[in-house]
Design a protein around this ligand. Structure first.
Ligand SMILES: [Fe+2]
Length: 343
């Protein structure tokens, strides 16, 4: 009998068994500002398929970006996952994301929903729409974002604060479509038409529409769709009561502004190939269903069905403006809004 006593081995050897080292390496650190229950099932699916565990580090997007920056070359982060093009653009500007190339992702994700150099890939999208009270009917003459600035809608518009990235992204899309002068005039018109100074998130805007505070709310689709799937009768009733206008749908018009949730491989990651494989996994049919439906968003991959509560809001054509372009213009968009008196 060959005896290899543990005591004969160097002191640290039992801790560094090859199997254990391999197990430690078969993990990715995901820095995420998304926190939905369904995301867990999503990550388990990747582990089942690849043998790679996902360690989730949650935080607010700005915190996570700052943390990766301060950790520098030693950052344990492999993948950054966040919502909003402006946040993704900020991560690009911070220099923390790696340029990547993936034929799978290029084929599956439309070009306007990913960075051209592969620094990030959109994984779900949301539309910023105009909501109204069906009991009062659709506001006459409102078909475009531009219409919201018309003087006939004085005191009718409900929208959150300027500084929120959903608004800076929308504003940046108007800036790119119409130029700086028209964009500022639009912002002034919207401010003049506000039913009240901006307060609260997207949901309180359409709640205020039903309460008669204003006639139109600007909000992201998933906030309303979420109520459509709610077990709470009041929320379900509100969902049934609110109508949606998808702006800029006319022939030749640019389409409705959409924003993204997306992920990128962290530049300092020692596991870039696995990290990209994880993002590719998130674009698979099954993962897209879980990912998008976890927050009632639109899948980015064609042929994957959104949640029925979202589909029921209506179909639309999306603005094809690249999210990296408008995301990068967020600071300028905010300055325009602030100049226009949008708090
Ligand atoms: Fe949100």
């Amino acid at each position: 009998m060959r005896r290899r006593s543990l005591l004969a081995l160097p002191f640290a050897a039992p801790l560094a068994s090859p199997a254990l080292v391999a197990a430690q390496e078969r993990a990715l650190n995901l820095y995420s500002s998304r926190h939905y229950d369904t995301d867990r099932a999503l990550y388990e699916g990747f582990t089942a398929e690849s043998g790679i565990r996902i360690r989730l580090i949650e935080g607010d997007a700005d915190q996570l970006i700052a943390r990766i920056q301060s950790e520098g070359a030693n950052s344990p982060a492999d993948v950054l996952l966040t919502v909003d093009a402006a946040k993704l653009a900020r991560a690009v500007e911070a220099g923390i994301l790696a340029e990547t190339r993936s034929e799978t992702l290029q084929a599956r994700i439309p070009a306007h929903l990913r960075a051209a150099d592969g620094q990030w890939y959109g994984l779900s999208s949301r539309a910023r729409v105009i909501m109204y009270d069906k009991q009062k009917g659709a506001p006459a003459g409102v078909a475009r974002y531009e219409d919201l600035a018309l003087p006939v809608y004085r005191g009718q518009i409900l929208i959150r604060a300027a500084a929120h990235p959903y608004n800076t992204s929308l504003m940046a899309s108007l800036l790119l479509a119409n130029g700086a002068e028209a964009a500022e005039a639009w912002a002034r018109g919207v401010v003049a038409n506000m039913a009240r100074p901006p307060q609260g998130g997207d949901t309180p805007q359409f709640q205020a529409v039903a309460a008669g505070v204003g006639r139109m709310a600007i909000a992201n689709t998933y906030y309303l769709a979420r109520f459509g799937a709610s077990a709470n009768a009041q929320e379900k009733a509100l969902y049934d009561r609110i109508g949606v206008i998808f702006p800029n749908q006319g022939a030749g018009d640019r389409g409705t502004h959409v924003n993204v949730s997306g992920a990128g491989v962290v530049r300092s990651s020692a596991n870039q190939a696995s990290a990209l494989r994880f993002i590719e996994y998130l674009s698979s049919q099954r993962a897209q269903e879980l990912f998008a439906n976890g927050n009632f968003e639109y899948p980015v991959v064609a042929g994957v069905a959104p949640h029925p509560a979202l589909t029921a809001l209506g179909s639309f054509r999306a603005d094809q403006l690249n999210a990296q372009r408008y995301g990068a213009l967020a600071p300028e968009a905010l300055r325009i809004m602030q100049r226009a008196g949008w708090r």
